[in-house]
Design a protein around this ligand. Structure first.
Ligand SMILES: [Zn+2]
Length: 301
């Protein structure tokens, strides 16, 4: 088995999001596919690996946010089956609601970064229940339902001989390239800190040997490094939750200033360059995290 990370050039930024090409004894599978706008980059990456889009039998999605799943319709058009959380399945078949909510969250940046979303034909979508095994590329995978970042989130475990690979989606955060900084994304409408901690505990109990982050790539390659990284993600979401709880009590602009005033020095201290800072920790990120936190912590009007 070979796992090859393909850079989807999300938002035109290198190493911002990955798709993982898995070559098994019976063909190829892909974990995550990037946004629809990145389809040309993904297709190039596949071809550079000697793989045509029609060679991908199965696409496994950690969740349906568009930076992870936007190109699913493009792959399904080439014949791939799409494995997804039951809550996500209807939105792949009819993406109208997903499109509207992403436009609401991202505003004018939407078309530039998310692109032309295509529906996945119903007979290509497979909704996977918690704890279920599937076979893809001749390998055995297990779906762990892992809400917290989104309620339609799955961590995929891939067992191969003595290795257990965990494809983490956004559950272990965003590892900013070129640094050791971990950023926790808490978007609306389903950020749920208690569920997030429970989900991380489940992955800790599953004792993976390798951790693959959609935003970060391979961050741990043995059991003890994986445990340490998962504990670190647990501490990071606990800390982020406490800080956001205080920040959402302020007016929006002040809250945004407080959040950026907290994250930017911490990131700089962890080696994030000014260029990466501008790409990863901007006003858009602050607004997204605060909107998720308001929804989670403040009584609904
Ligand atoms: Zn996400």
């Amino acid at each position: 088995m070979i796992i090859r990370p393909l850079d989807v050039l999300y938002m035109g930024v290198d190493q911002a999001a990955w798709s993982f090409l898995v070559r098994g004894p019976q063909g190829h599978a892909l974990v995550e596919c990037g946004p629809a706008a990145s389809w040309p980059s993904l297709e190039r990456g596949l071809r550079a690996s000697g793989v045509a889009p029609s060679d991908i039998g199965d696409l496994l999605l950690t969740h349906i946010h568009l930076d992870h799943a936007g190109a699913a319709g493009h792959l399904a058009a080439h014949g791939a089956r799409v494995h997804v959380h039951p809550f996500g399945a209807p939105h792949l078949i009819d993406p109208a609601k997903l499109l509207a909510s992403s436009r609401r969250v991202h505003g004018p940046a939407y078309d530039l970064f998310y692109g032309d979303l295509r529906a996945v034909p119903e007979d290509r979508v497979l909704a996977v229940e918690d704890g279920r095994h599937i076979h893809a590329a001749g390998l055995q995978w297990t779906a762990l339902h892992t809400p917290g970042h989104a309620r339609h989130h799955i961590v995929w475990l891939l067992d191969m001989e003595r290795e257990r690979h965990a494809f983490m989606g956004d559950l272990a955060g965003i590892h900013v390239p070129g640094s050791d900084f971990l950023l926790m994304p808490t978007p609306p409408p389903e950020f749920d800190p208690a569920a997030w901690i429970r989900s991380l505990s489940r992955v800790i109990d599953a004792a993976p040997t390798h951790l693959w982050l959609t935003h970060g790539g391979l961050v741990a390659r043995d059991r003890s490094a994986s445990q340490a990284f998962l504990r670190r993600a647990e501490a990071a979401i606990t800390q982020e939750t406490a800080a956001l709880r205080a920040e959402v009590r302020h007016a929006p602009e002040e809250a945004e200033r407080a959040l950026l005033g907290r994250l930017r020095p911490a990131a700089a201290g962890a080696g994030v360059s000014p260029e990466r800072m501008a790409q990863f920790i901007d006003e858009g990120f602050a607004r997204m995290n605060l909107a998720g936190a308001r929804r989670a912590f403040l009584p609904r009007a």
